[in-house]
Write a protein that binds this ligand. Structure first.
Ligand code: 5AD
Ligand code: FES
Length: 354
């Protein structure tokens, strides 16, 4: 008889109940090893031994939102706010280009001073100066027209984690002015506008159950994102969730394996949060099916201030140190960090007038 893993490997869609059963089976002997073996084989088939790199530029930690889990939420008076200037951002790109990065991820809080026009100008200047690089935006929820403007300015990809696909759980993690409906609407807009789109959830966020994670998997199965960012929830000491337990390495790795099998060509980072809960978290992520790493390109002077969660790694390390550290880490497990945009395989892109 076909097992659930067999069916997943064959590209079959699973029901919510089946996803739950799979998650529940993870402590059974041999299941995790079998999942990782399959996930690594699938990744090998599409990407070989390549690990794609993204240079992450955390360009503002000012945010108008108040998500309960996040260290840069507006109510956190202890956060030391900063904004990089355009010149500082270009200097990060220049350094990143020299280190072999061909994707820049511009990530920030929802900062009212970074207007649509200003973001567009930034993106188009980066694309002009580094035409062989992809630009990924990770700047939260905007009206569809703004997303369209970002696309016209040349942004290639967009990361917007859905955080949880369960409306009740979403409400537990966010203040009332934020809604899962709106989040999902943004994700569909981004997809229609021709971005390579990334969503994703925190693993082990307060109150999360396996049933909710099964909903996340169902959502990924229907949305079919190009990228999926998942990492463990990690408490931040100045947030309402300061005393909540962190998500586990084991569950995060298991989910990475499932996501690789469900979406064979997906761009799947071994995230900084994963590296922050275990000294070899990112390596273990790659060995569970991930194929992307996102080292930090932000100036060391501001690194500590982008503290979404506690004990974040690499806050004291120069970009060049992280670059070399990562290629050494990947080489040690038999993988190679490559100089490449690392697009979604066979991505069609968008038509000129879109
Ligand atoms: N722990 C782990 N991840 C977090 N994020 C925000 N706060 C935390 C936290 N305390 C994640 C969210 C967000 C991404 C940029 O960082 O998933 O989408
Ligand atoms: Fe930053 Fe290792 S990746 S020091």
């Amino acid at each position: 008889m076909k097992t659930l893993l067999d069916r997943l490997s064959a590209g079959e869609a699973l029901t919510g109940q089946e996803w739950r059963a799979l998650l529940g089976s993870r402590r059974a002997p041999g299941i995790t090893q079998e999942l990782f073996r399959r996930a690594v084989a699938v990744r090998q088939e599409h990407f070989g031994r390549a690990v794609y790199l993204r240079g992450l530029i955390e360009f503002t930690n000012c945010c108008k939102n108040d998500c309960y889990y996040c260290g840069i939420r507006r109510s956190n008076a202890a956060a030391q706010r900063y904004r990089l200037t355009e010149a500082e951002i270009f200097s990060c790109c220049q350094q990143g280009y020299a280190l072999g990065y061909r994707t820049f991820v511009l990530q920030g809080g929802e900062d009212p001073l970074w207007t649509r026009e200003r973001v567009c100008a930034l993106v188009s200047q980066i694309k002009e100066r580094w035409p062989d690089c992809a630009v990924t935006l990770s700047i939260g929820e905007w009206p569809r027209e703004s997303y369209r403007a970002f696309a016209r300015a040349g942004a290639d990809r967009y990361l917007l984690r859905h955080e949880t696909a369960c409306a009740a759980h979403y409400r537990r993690l966010h203040p009332p002015e934020l809604s899962l409906r709106r989040r999902m609407a943004c994700l569909w807009d981004l997809k229609e506008l021709g971005f390579q789109v990334g969503c994703g959830m925190m693993v082990g966020s307060p109150g999360q159950t396996e049933a909710e994670l099964a909903e996340d998997l169902l959502f990924l199965q229907s949305f079919r994102p190009h990228m999926v960012g998942i990492g463990p929830f990690i408490p931040q000491h100045d947030t309402p969730f300061r005393d909540e337990p962190a998500g586990t390495l084991e569950l995060t790795l298991f989910l990475l394996g499932l996501i690789r099998l469900m979406l064979p060509q997906v761009l799947l980072p071994a995230t900084t949060a994963l590296g922050s809960i275990h000294p070899r978290g990112r390596e273990l992520g790659i060995l569970a099916g991930a194929n992307v790493c996102m080292p930090n390109l932000s100036p060391v002077a501001v690194r500590e201030k982008y503290s979404l969660y506690d004990n974040k790694i690499c806050t004291g390390d120069e970009a060049a140190e992280c670059r070399h550290c990562l290629s050494a880490r990947m080489a040690a497990i038999g993988y190679e960090t490559v100089v490449s945009r690392g697009d979604y395989p066979n991505f069609q892109g968008r038509k000129k007038d879109e």
